[in-house]
Design a protein around this ligand. Structure first.
Ligand code: NG6
Ligand code: CA
Length: 500
């Protein structure tokens, strides 16, 4: 009880009060898909220009050591929304588009915590945490959806832009579906006589597959998984950014008008720059780096539009914005889209080793920015922060008891008020784990190729122990496992402790 009172007192002195009532901030988490540290120009590592994301970074806190828990989407997002380590849930692996919901509906999730403080909650964008509790009938109301996880409103894609079904789902229903043309989805087998990228390569008018992605074709782009029917419901990739932005803004307006006394929470999960990269024509050719660069410029524009509206609506001072990415970057992730050929001098990976799918830093060290006008002082932080801690940190902010789980209250670090963040963190990449403590990271030996050949990324596999000092060696070139025996033993025992 004392703790709760104390937190409330801290809270009211931090944000002031209106008519004696503590005003809770709106919260927006903007989570990109596969964006690298070097893709954000505020990090001064690459050569793309992202002025709108830079605005957040330059007027908020830019974290140099901001982490996703995982080097792929599903586990990373699972941790962000639950405050639990994803490797504790065996289902938290890259999911097909028809997988059941992997978040236990009895869990105290991030949106559920916020609902305890009367927030109106929404998710707009990429979900990829499963839907339904068995086989989904896409033509009926879908339960076991964001609504059961704590979201009052949802407008999502089920999985990824490269996975079927390529439809939007709004509040448990596929948008635009017509009764006369039901939608069917399978990841096991094709439907009779339905064309695929293999049988009908001429259908790939916009993009061709490089690896995987050779099943159903929609909008001239081959995808993962088989799909039939639902023609009127199928999305237009080029319009996706505009659609998500419109839905996000409509949610905010609606939340403000119908629940004016309550703050809102928006989990805005943008789809860029994940494959297939298909930005709206007005962004095509703008980056000179092909679709990947253009898609990032589109996402940056989207952030700018959101910020402009928050400003227009007078919400900048009372909105806590967190910007990040679900995992690190990748160039060729399965389509011929010139990402490798046109990257030029741009370095999405910054000075980090690895990339998406990797236990090396570029897998999980992601762009990480917090912004809150009038509350957060502009700066750069070297505190280790992680998306795993959002739930606990918000609970503290709102004077609620910390939910059980793996998250820590790191509110002061997130607000830039403390230089200290986490001391330890377990990271995950395609089922493998590595352990970080202060400036060190320990990667146990793993069997298998040290490189994911298809995407040309070092995954962290090595037959021997790997130990790096990230402060001195951010590129992870000098393996200290042999020269620092006692440190290695310490890291191994700490990792074992956390794991069990
Ligand atoms: C991989 C896909 C990749 C991407 C990834 C998930 C193939 C060959 N590769 O299996 O293109 O979709 O899954 O990305 O299919 S994530 O960001 O959602 O984790
Ligand atoms: Ca991703």
């Amino acid at each position: 009880m004392y703790k709760i009172l104390f937190a409330l007192a801290a809270f009211s002195s931090l944000f002031g009060s209106i008519n004696g009532q503590v005003k809770k901030p709106n919260i927006i988490i903007i989570n990109l898909d596969d964006l690298g540290v070097g893709d954000v120009s505020a990090y001064k590592k690459g050569s793309l220009n992202t002025p709108n994301i830079d605005f957040l970074a330059n007027n908020g806190v830019r974290f140099n050591k901001g982490y996703a828990t995982s080097a792929t989407c599903t586990p990373s997002r699972y941790a962000l929304l639950t405050g639990l380590y994803p490797w504790k849930n065996s289902q938290a692996k890259i999911l097909p588009g028809d997988a059941p919901l992997i978040i236990d509906t009895s869990l105290m999730t991030l949106p559920k915590v916020l609902k305890k403080a009367n927030y109106t909650t929404a998710v707009v964008g990429k979900w990829h945490l499963g839907l339904g509790n068995g086989t989904i009938d896409w033509n009926k109301k879908i339960s076991f959806a964001p609504s059961e996880v704590g979201f009052d409103y949802s407008f999502i894609m089920a999985a990824t832009t490269d996975r079927v079904p390529t439809v939007y789902i709004e509040n448990n229903k596929v948008v635009g579906l017509e009764e006369k043309d039901p939608l069917f989805v399978s990841y096991q087998q094709n439907f009779d006589n339905e064309p695929t990228a293999i049988t009908h390569p001429e259908l790939m008018t916009k993009m061709k597959w490089h690896h995987g992605h050779n099943q159903s074709v929609h909008n001239g782009i081959p995808r993962i998984g088989y799909m039939k029917g639902g023609k009127n419901a199928l999305w237009v990739d080029e319009d996706m950014s505009d659609v998500f932005l419109e839905k996000a803004l409509a949610f905010i307006q609606n939340a403000k008008s119908t629940h004016a006394e309550n703050p809102f929470f928006l989990y805005f999960a943008l789809h860029q720059p994940h494959v297939p990269r298909v930005p709206h024509p007005r962004f095509v050719g703008k980056s000179g780096m092909g679709p990947r660069g253009d898609a990032i410029l589109e996402a940056d524009w989207c952030v700018g539009e959101l910020m402009a509206k928050l400003k227009e609506w007078g919400d900048l001072e009372n909105t806590f914005i967190l910007f990040t990415s679900d995992n690190g970057p990748v160039l060729n992730d399965g389509y011929y889209d010139d990402a490798v050929e046109k990257v030029g001098k741009h370095t999405p990976f910054a000075d980090l080793r690895g990339g998406k799918y990797s236990l090396y830093e570029a897998g999980t060290r992601v762009p990480f920015i917090t912004y809150w006008k009038g509350v957060i002082k502009p700066g750069v932080s070297n505190a280790m922060v992680c998306q795993l801690d959002f739930t606990a940190s918000f609970a503290h902010l709102l004077g609620l008891p910390l939910p059980a789980g793996d998250g820590e209250n790191q509110l002061n670090a997130l607000l830039g008020k403390s230089k200290k963040g986490r001391r330890e963190l377990m990271i995950e990449a395609t089922g493998r784990l590595a352990y970080k403590y202060d400036d060190y990271v320990y990667i146990p030996p793993y069997k298998g190729s040290p490189i994911v050949e298809t995407v040309q990324i070092e995954n962290g596999n090595a037959p021997e122990d790997q130990l790096f000092n990230l402060k001195k060696d951010i590129g992870q070139r000098v393996n200290l496992a042999k020269s620092m025996e006692s440190k290695l033993a310490f890291m191994k025992s700490k990792m074992a402790l956390l794991k069990n």
